[in-house]
Write a protein that binds this ligand. Structure first.
Ligand SMILES: [Zn+2]
Length: 289
């Protein structure tokens, strides 16, 4: 079985977990400031965070302090960032000397954005039920819904028939394991084809392609051009998979998320933000457990 990338420091990924294990609550972080900052910057999801520059004035309004701030992390940084975790908790990263009062003002100023994102997180967490492996149950394949049909002979392996996934009765005792193996195989074939295609289009060479089990890290790449993709991507529409492939391939040449990086992505895929959003909205559904 392929493991999640272990050399995570060297890798860049497009979708990271947003939670943090450092507890701060207004007092200095237990971790050294620099380390905390690095962890945060590596992990937060751009869809769930907001950077507030020095130029953005903060007006603040009285009587509106009804948004709960779960953690304040003070580090050597110049601006304030608002970050929402997967559970909808609000984390504020701020410069060391920023007062709590000013942070509250910023939070009030951005309350509409916070409420909107928290509602979205709530909606998303309600949208997935664990799989039971019963007839008619829905599974995603390339962004489309397929119904499960448990069959006896003559089907020997998991097979697609129209809009149905035929699952041999004999597989039921280890249904999730068998389904996982099937998804991984499909993902590998599909993603390898797309990587080859976009490698040619972009003129960017790569080394290997591996399929991982990652739940949030859709793709990653090492400086040597070793690409990793989660098998779960096979549940996403082909255009979304293409976006992740393009995202990682471009990282082989540009190992950061600079303006130059995004303009390269945009040049090939002008509507890439739509695909990124799809992954965010559907993350919880991309499971067979
Ligand atoms: Zn990236």
């Amino acid at each position: 079985m392929l493991k999640e990338p272990s050399e995570s420091k060297k890798r860049l990924s497009i979708c990271r977990s947003q939670g943090l294990s450092i507890s701060v609550n207004g007092v200095p972080a237990r971790l050294a400031a620099g380390k905390a900052r690095r962890i945060m910057e590596k992990r937060h999801n751009p869809d769930l965070s907001m950077e507030i520059g020095e130029k953005d004035g903060v007006k603040g309004e009285k009587g509106m302090a009804d948004i709960k701030i779960d953690r304040v992390i003070r580090t050597k940084r110049k601006s304030i960032a608002l970050i929402l975790t997967d559970e909808g908790k609000l984390i504020v990263r701020s410069p060391v000397n920023t007062s709590n009062k000013y942070i509250e003002k910023v939070v009030n100023e951005k309350r509409n954005w916070i409420i909107k994102k928290q509602e979205m997180i709530k909606r998303r967490s309600n949208s997935y039920e664990p799989k039971k492996y019963v007839n008619g149950e829905k599974f995603l394949i390339l962004g489309e819904s397929y119904g499960l049909k448990i069959v006896s002979a003559p089907v020997k392996d998991i097979t697609i028939d129209g809009k149905q996934i035929l699952l041999p009765e004999g597989y039921l005792s280890k249904a999730d394991k068998n389904m996982l193996a099937w998804y991984k195989k499909q993902a590998k074939e599909f993603i390898c084809r797309r990587v080859k295609r976009f490698s040619g289009l972009l003129g960017i060479k790569y080394n290997t392609v591996k399929i991982s089990n990652a739940k949030k890290r859709w793709g990653s790449c090492s400086s040597k051009g070793n690409l990793n993709f989660s098998w779960r991507l096979y549940m996403a529409p082909a255009a979304v998979i293409d976006y992740v492939v393009v995202h990682e391939l471009i990282h082989v040449e540009i190992p950061n998320h600079s303006k130059q990086y995004w303009s390269r992505v945009r040049a090939l895929m002008p509507d890439y933000e739509k695909h990124r959003h799809w992954l965010y909205e559907n993350q919880k559904k991309m499971s067979i457990e």
